[in-house]
Design a protein around this ligand. Sequence first.
Ligand code: NAD
Length: 469
Amino acid sequence: MELPDFSMTIDGKSVAHIDDFDVINPSTGEAFAQAPDCDADQLDAAFDAAARAYGDWRTDLALRRETLNAAADAIVANAESLAQVLTLEQGRPVNQSVIELHASAAWFRYFAALDLPAEVIQDDATTYAEVTRKPIGVVAAITPWNFPLLLASWKLAPALLAGNTVVLKPSPYTPLATLALGAALRGVLPPGVLNVVSGRDPLGASMTEHPVPRKISFTGSIATGKRVAAAAAGDLKRVTLELGGNDPAILLDDIDPAAITEKLFQSAFGNNGQICSAIKRVYVHESRYDEVVEALTERVRAAVVGDGFLDGVELGPIQNAPQYERVSQLVASAISDGATATTGGRPMDRPGYFFEPTVLVGAADGTAIVDEEQFGPALPLIPFSRVEDVVAQANATNFGLGASVWGADTDRATSVATQLDSGSVWVNTHMAVAPNLPFGGAKWSGIGVENGPWGYAAFTELQLVLRAR
Ligand code: NAD
C-alpha cells in the first residue's frame, strides 16, 4: 500500500524534520513508518503561524462556515486512504476506521451549520444588553490514541468555527493519520489556521507551557490531564479536559438479556474496550445475573479477533505495548485474587498485542479490575441485590464520565440513572455520542464539555455588550 504524506503542516506547508520516531503496527508489534519529532523552533513556528493567521480568520464567519464544509468534503474524499493509515497504526478493523472518517466529517458539517446568535438579556427604557461570543485566540489541541481523527475533529470543528486557530498534536502512538489529515487540509484551510505537529510526550508539555496558546483542549488520561491543568494555571490559559472513565452499567431486574446482549457487547468491547466512555463494569441484579453472564460470555467468545485488514474481524489488537501489559496484568491479578474468566483471560499466543476478549465473574469492588480504568477487552460482571447499594457502589469513585441503567420500566431506570454522578447518563443504551450532544466528565473525568453549543462556547470568551439609554 502506498503511504500518504506524513510530514508536519506548519503555516500551510509541509516542513522537513531532523529527528523522527518509530510508529508500530499493533497487529505485528513491528515499526512500519516513522513520524517527525517536532523540535522547539518548529513548535515556535507553528504557534507563530497560528497567531498570524488568527488576525484574518477571526473576521469572516461566512468564510469559516464554507471552509469547514470544504474540510468535511476533503475528509470524505480521503476517507479510504486515511482509514488504511488509521488501521495500520491504531489496529482497529478498517471498516470501523472508515466510520471514524465519516463521523469526523459529520462533526465538521454540524459545526459549519451551528448558529449561535447573540442573546439579548435586557432591552428596556434604561438599558440594552446582549451577550456575545468572541474567539479566544490560538488553541493547543492534544489528542489520545484511541480515536485520533474523531477526537481531533471534536476540537477542530468548534474551535475553527469560533474563529480560533489551532496547533494540533496527536499521540506519539498514532501520529500518522492526523499528520495525513493535516496534509489533506493544506489546500482547504488558509495557511496557519491549522498546524499539525508530532513528537514524543514532552512535546505535549511544551505546548501547554508555550506562551502563545490561550486555550488548551486536551483529551487523554487523568494523570496527564492534571499536569495540563497545572501547566495552564500559571498563564490562566483556558482548559477543556476530557479524561478517563470507569463507566458502570446497572442492569435492573426487569431487563431482557437477549435484547440487550449485543448492545452491551458493543458498548464494552467496541474498539477493544479502548473508549473513554465504554462500559467498564457491569452491575447485574442477582435475579438475572446467571442469564446475563451466560449470554454475554457466549457473545464475547464468538467475537472475531485479528488483524484489522482481514474480512470479518470485529476486534483488533490492543493499541500499544504498555496498554497490553497493563490489561494483561489487571486480568492476571483479578484471577489470582479469586475472579474467574468465563471466556478469555489471557494474552493471545501470536505476534502483536492481541488479548483474548474476557468476561470476569467473582471480581468485587475494591479490586483493581473494578475500581480502575482497564481500557481494554476485559469486563467484570458484579451481582447486586438492592438498588440503593448499587447506586452507592457506582458513585464511590473519582471517575464520573458516563453511566447507564437498563430495564423495561424506563421511568424507573431513568430515576436510578439520575442518581448517578457522571457527565452523561444513558437509559437502555450506552455511549450515545453525537455532534449535538454535550459530552464531558464529572469529578476526575474532566473539566468542561465538548460538542453541541456548549462545546462551541468552550472555544469562546463571553462578552457583555451593554448600551445605556
Ligand atoms: P495520555 O494522557 O497518555 O496521552 C494523551 C495525549 O497527551 C498524548 O497526545 C500525549 O502525547 C500527550 N501528553 C503526554 N504527556 C503530556 C504532558 N505532560 N502535557 C501535555 N500533553 C501530554 O492518554 P492516552 O493513553 O493517549 O489515552 C488514553 C486515556 O485517554 C484513557 O484514560 C481514556 O479514558 C482517555 N480518553 C478520554 C476521552 C474523553 O473524551 N473523556 C476520550 C478518549 C480517551
